[in-house]
Design a protein around this ligand. Structure first.
Ligand SMILES: Cc1cc2nc3c(=O)[nH]c(=O)nc-3n(C[C@H](O)[C@H](O)[C@H](O)COP(=O)(O)O)c2cc1C
Length: 282
């Protein structure tokens, strides 16, 4: 039906409420969820093979979730990985580990494409971009960013001193890998980002903007520079980009950022493959 453009985003979910939506009421720990994920993906892949071919062989498999088990699932099974690493160093480490898992599973490193997420606020000048970012922040629901950060850290951010760094019991102690319900990787990378930059909780809330991904606020050149830096450093095969507003933000990206990347020889001029899986590899 899709002519080879369908994909499956395999996530084990960070929220018990999502499981309940599908009738799963057991409180499954992370390892049990990932064990199920391996089994379900293997079974579905087998069914796809038995059910005949599609133009792309089988639908593309995407994975998101960067704990140790999440990275293994990605390396062994995924065609593409959506990551949420807040710093280049963390993204480099994630990239290396997932590719190692792929090789250990008998795949080529290029069989799995790593696509870090970035939120974008693009404008003609840095000043205009910062003003646009501030305007979006002011329009958001009160407490949204704080609630998102609370969920990611597993603590009520409202109880913290906003003008101090994250307290040591959050900043220095990793979450319990078995029982921490939310994403371990979102938490780890956010804590690392705050510590490396020496941010107070208030500064972290602003830098973080409710996304859980790094935010590029600036001109098309700044966006192209950051994407080029991550790509050339070996932290990304591509990106999952989230413009501030659709469709205008996407139009700006295509019209103003992609030409800069093409001029640097970093972005395709034409699609080489007709299918989603083929393009994820391209
Ligand atoms: C970039 C990213 C995007 C995610 N998107 C979703 C999503 O759309 N729906 C969902 O249920 N879980 C999503 N998750 C969470 C996954 O369900 C993840 O498997 C689970 O929280 C375990 O994460 P961990 O391996 O990082 O601990 C996402 C995780 C990441 C890192």
């Amino acid at each position: 039906m899709s002519a080879g453009r369908a994909g499956w985003n395999v996530v084990t979910t960070a929220s018990p409420a999502v499981g309940a939506n599908f009738g799963i009421t057991d409180d499954l720990d992370r390892d049990s969820r990932y064990r199920r994920a391996h089994e379900v993906v293997a079974t579905v892949e087998r069914l796809w093979t038995e059910a005949g071919t599609s133009p792309q062989g089988r639908p593309a498999i995407v994975q998101a979730g960067g704990s140790a088990e999440g990275r293994r699932l990605a390396g062994e099974r995924a065609d593409a990985v959506f990551t949420a690493e807040m710093t280049l160093d963390a993204a480099l480490e994630h990239y290396r580990v997932v590719k190692e898992h792929a090789v250990r599973a008998g795949r080529r490193p290029s069989d799995v494409s790593i696509l870090p997420g970035f939120a974008l606020v693009i404008a003609a000048t840095e000043r205009e971009a910062i003003d646009a970012f501030d305007a979006w922040e002011a329009r958001g629901p009160v407490g949204y960013t704080q609630d998102r950060l609370s969920g990611i850290l597993g603590v009520d951010v409202g109880t913290l001193d906003l003008d101090a760094p994250l307290p040591a019991e959050i900043g220095e102690v990793p979450a319990d890998p078995v029982n921490f319900p939310a994403s371990l990787s979102f938490r780890a990378t956010t804590v690392r980002f705050a510590r490396e930059r020496g941010l107070t909780v208030r500064e972290l809330l602003r830098a973080y903007g409710g996304y859980g991904h790094p935010i590029i606020v600036g001109t098309p050149e700044r966006v192209a520079d950051t994407l080029s830096e991550w790509f050339l450093a070996g932290a990304a095969d591509g990106f999952n980009l989230m413009p501030d507003v659709l469709p205008d933000g996407l139009t700006t990206l295509v019209d103003e950022v992609l030409p800069l990347l093409r001029a640097r020889g970093l972005f395709r001029h034409e699609y080489e493959a007709p299918t989603l899986r083929g393009r994820l590899r391209g």
